[in-house]
Design a protein around this ligand. Structure first.
Ligand SMILES: [Cu+2]
Length: 128
């Protein structure tokens, strides 16, 4: 069920990401390594776009009073990728971490109450 839903959502995500083009504030800039924090705040991932080195630990911190989550959405061009990752519900003030140990581009959305439709989308790019 969720896979069907997520496939249908990809267009929304791609449009949303395209809409972020030229928005400097949405992109953290540069290649990060070690540990990186992405805030879940005001119904957005911040930064929404981040590029990290393989092996970087990415921690999502929920700064809102509502639940959020992190679900990697598959892109058909990335058919060789492992199945997407998916967090549990992240409570207010809670965190969830993942170590990005595969190179690629990983679009993410928040599926809580369809927050992705409000622009809660992002992309983590992992490089060697
Ligand atoms: Cu959310």
């Amino acid at each position: 069920m969720r896979k069907v839903m997520i496939s249908a959502l990809m267009l929304v995500v791609l449009f949303a990401l395209a809409g972020c083009g030229g928005n400097e504030a949405a992109d953290s800039g540069g290649v990060k390594s070690g540990e990186v924090t992405i805030q879940m705040k005001n119904m957005k991932f911040s930064p929404a776009k981040v590029t990290v080195k393989k092996g970087t630990k990415v921690t999502f911190v929920n700064k809102d009073v509502i639940l959020h989550d992190v679900v990697q959405v598959a892109v058909k061009d990335y058919g060789k990728m492992e199945p997407g990752f998916e967090s549990k519900e992240v409570q207010s003030a809670g965190t969830w971490s993942i170590t990005m140990d595969k190179v690629g581009e990983f679009p993410i959305i928040c599926t809580q109450a369809a927050h992705f439709t409000a622009g809660m989308v992002g992309v983590i790019t992992v490089v060697e």
